[in-house]
Design a protein around this ligand. Structure first.
Ligand code: CA
Length: 219
C-alpha cells in the first residue's frame, strides 16, 4: 500500500513516517498543497493522508481538486479543527474518513487498514487464488490450508499480485507500492522477494512476464 502524507508540521510528519514505515507501509511525504497535487497527478498513491491546514492552500481545496481526477482515491483527512461543521465540510468535499488531531497512532493504523480493505478488488477480506488464501484482516496467508510465514514485504507483494490476479504488474508499479522514495533498494530486491514467495507458494504460482513484470493467474 503506497501512502502519500500531506502535512506541513514537520515534527508530526517525521513521527508518522517513522511509525508507518515501521509497520512496513510505503509512505512518502510532502508539506504543501502544490507538491501534493503535483505528486498525485504524476504517480498517484493508493491512499492520501491529508492535513487541512496547509501553508499555501486550504486542504479542502486540495481535496476538491484531486477528486476531479481521482474519484475513488481514498483520502483520510487529518485536522486540528475538530468541530462538527468542519467535519461535515470535509466529508462533503469527498474525504473517505476523518481524524482529528491529536490522535493515537493505533487509531490511524486502524483507519488505514479499513481504507486499504475498501480499496481491494474483492469485498471479502479473504482473497483466494488456487490453493493460496490471503486474509487482509489478519494479514495471514495459507497454502492448501497450511499457514505460510511471510515477512511484511513478501505479504504486501503477494497481496498486490493476488488483488490483481489475471493482470500483469510491472516491476515499476510493484516497486512503487513496496518502497518509499529515497529508500535504499537493491536492484534485485524484488526478484529476491519473488524467489522466496515461490519457495513458499509453489514455483508456478507467480509467473514472470519477461521484460515487464509479474502476474498471478486467475484461478
Ligand atoms: Ca497543518
Amino acid at each position: 500500500m503506497s501512502i502519500l502524507l500531506v502535512e506541513d508540521d514537520q515534527d508530526l510528519a517525521t513521527g508518522l513516517l517513522e511509525a508507518l514505515r515501521k509497520e512496513g507501509l510505503s509512505i512518502n511525504h510532502v508539506g504543501t498543497a502544490k507538491a501534493a497535487l503535483h505528486v498525485i497527478g504524476t504517480e498517484t498513491p493508493e491512499i492520501v493522508i491529508l492535513d487541512l491546514g496547509l501553508p499555501d492552500k486550504d486542504g479542502l481545496d486540495v481535496l476538491r481538486q484531486l477528486r476531479r481526477q481521482h474519484r475513488d482515491l481514498p483520502v483520510l483527512v487529518l485536522t486540528a479543527r475538530d468541530s462538527l461543521g468542519d467535519k461535515v465540510a470535509g466529508l462533503d468535499s469527498g474525504a473517505d474518513d476523518y481524524l482529528a488531531k491529536p490522535f493515537e497512532m493505533a487509531e490511524l493504523l486502524a483507519r488505514l487498514r479499513v481504507l486499504g480493505r475498501r480499496m481491494g478488488t474483492s469485498s471479502s477480506n479473504v482473497i483466494s487464488v488456487g490453493a493460496v488464501n490471503l486474509d487482509t484482516t489478519s494479514q495471514t496467508v495459507t497454502v492448501n490450508g497450511e499457514p505460510a510465514d511471510l515477512p511484511r514485504r513478501e505479504y504486501m507483494l503477494l497481496k498486490v499480485l493476488m488483488e490483481n490476479a489475471g493482470r500483469v504488474q510491472t516491476r515499476d508499479s510493484l516497486e512503487n507500492k513496496l518502497y518509499s522514495w529515497g529508500e535504499e533498494v537493491a536492484s534485485n530486491a524484488l526478484e529476491v522477494h519473488i524467489h522466496h514467495l515461490r519457495k513458499k507458494l509453489g514455483s508456478d504460482f507467480i509467473a514472470t512476464v519477461r521484460g515487464v513484470g509479474y502476474t498471478v493467474k486467475e484461478a
